[in-house]
Design a binder for this molecule. Structure first.
Ligand code: FAD
Length: 390
């Protein structure tokens, strides 16, 4: 993209655009792409069949690609499977809204007893309630264009922005509220970038490819949306480096020792990477927030707003969008928990504890943001030139 617009420091961050693009492309992106393929990181536990707490009806998208495939692949970790029940052929069929998953929802607390079951104050879903959860193989369900659009989607984005993080600078917002807005806007940009990078170009021939018009019209044309994408990327990167000790010592155990060893070593490369630490030692400075007498009160208020946003994800009418919406909002909630766990009233002086699912969401979110930053950096200028030439 236009070098003048995106040079110097990313607004409210401690790292510049050139450095971000360099460390993302050369270091982060390759590690993350490998890491998310590992058995530990590719299975996400999620409650997909949800009742929207806000509106009785919600729109569905028209493409088959909206549905989430819950089928396990051949390497599905043994520990995740139901041991007693023989799997029927029906279990292998992927259907939108299929109520039963092919995999067990209760075993994981036994199989993964090294991981804590603690609720996240920033998110709405009760992660400790396994009854309605199912596992999804994220590698089989890429985030991309689904055709989900129209009033249902606008109502959701509108509710997220209007009720929870009003746009600035039209209103006077404190820096904490600004951070919430930028995180949501950055995530919104990243979702749009994924739609643009993996778009159904021709429905008749089922050909998929880049849609640079979407990239330009909905992201590149608005420099603040690009800035917010970079901001969100750095915010999540900071959370990961802050939780480095925790993430390094965590057990990435799925019963496949070769794969698990690889995941552990990739996670170490990610969190203690000397190149990232030298180039961008503190991607975001969280110590600047929640200052003053009103700090704890403000944190509880913003925590509630973020929980509302997390609840709104149950209203996303397309299953695949809901999957990625939930994962990424949980990832942001986890980043917020890591960065602010020692400031809030409830968590004073408590050591950081993360759930397995939170770590999976956090890493997959960073990977999505990393893909978006890379795509914007590589294709943004082409998209701008193309559209200006039209
Ligand atoms: P929208 O993207 O719906 O935007 C609505 C309005 O928000 C815009 O008019 C603009 O005023 C404002 N806005 C747009 N971008 C930003 C930004 N970055 N920052 C601040 N304000 C902004 N569709 C898919 O095809 N695949 C998916 O995986 C997918 N996932 C989704 C996940 C969620 C949680 C939601 C709510 C929707 C998802 N959608 C997905 C739908 C998609 O986001 C769009 O809503 C849809 O493509 C229609 O786009 P639009 O051009 O009407 O604008």
């Amino acid at each position: 993209p236009d070098a003048r617009k995106y040079s110097g420091m990313v607004e409210d961050c401690c790292c510049d655009y050139e450095t971000v693009n360099y460390i993302n492309k050369e270091v982060l992106h390759p590690i993350l792409q490998e890491l998310v393929k590992s058995p530990f990181f590719r299975y996400f536990k999620v409650k997909l069949w949800c009742d929207c707490p806000f509106w009785p009806d919600d729109g569905m998208c028209h493409l088959r690609d909206c549905s989430v495939c819950e089928c396990p692949d051949n390497e599905f970790p043994e520990a995740f499977k139901k041991p007693l029940r023989a799997r029927s052929a029906d279990d292998m069929v992927c259907q939108e809204g299929k109520p039963q998953a092919a995999v067990d929802r209760t075993l994981d607390s036994n199989a993964f007893n090294g991981w804590m079951e603690v609720n996240n104050p920033w998110t709405y879903d009760d992660e400790t309630n396994n009854a309605e959860m199912t596992y999804v193989n994220l590698q089989l369900n890429p985030e991309r264009y689904t055709g989900y659009s129209g009033t249902s989607t606008w109502r959701i984005w509108d509710a997220i922005y209007k009720e929870n993080c009003p746009k600035y600078p039209s209103e006077e917002l404190c820096s904490e509220q600004k951070v919430l807005y930028k995180l949501i806007s950055g995530l919104h940009s990243s979702i749009t970038v994924h739609i643009a990078s993996d778009y159904l170009i021709d429905e008749a021939t089922q050909s998929w490819g880049h849609n640079l018009e979407v990239l330009y019209d909905r992201v590149m044309k608005y420099p603040d949306r690009v800035q917010n994408l970079y901001f969100t990327f750095l915010f999540v990167l900071r959370a990961i480096t802050k939780a480095a000790d925790y993430l390094e010592q965590a057990e990435y155990n799925t019963g496949n020792s070769q794969e698990d060893f690889k995941a552990q070593s990739l996670a170490r490369q990610l969190v203690f990477n000397p190149e990232i630490r030298a180039a961008c030692p503190k991607p975001f400075d969280e110590a600047k927030l929640w200052k003053g007498e009103k700090g704890p009160e403000l944190m509880l208020h913003i925590q509630k707003q973020f929980r509302n946003i997390s609840a709104i994800m149950d209203c996303v009418g397309c299953e695949k969008c809901r999957l990625w919406g939930k994962l990424q909002v949980l990832g942001l909630g986890t980043a917020l928990k890591i960065l602010f766990s020692d400031n809030g009233n409830n968590n004073l002086n408590q050591p950081l504890q993360l759930q397995r699912n939170e770590v999976i969401a956090l890493i997959n979110l960073l990977n999505r943001l990393s893909e978006s930053v890379k795509f914007v950096h590589e294709m943004g200028l082409t998209a701008e030139n193309l559209m200006k030439g039209k």
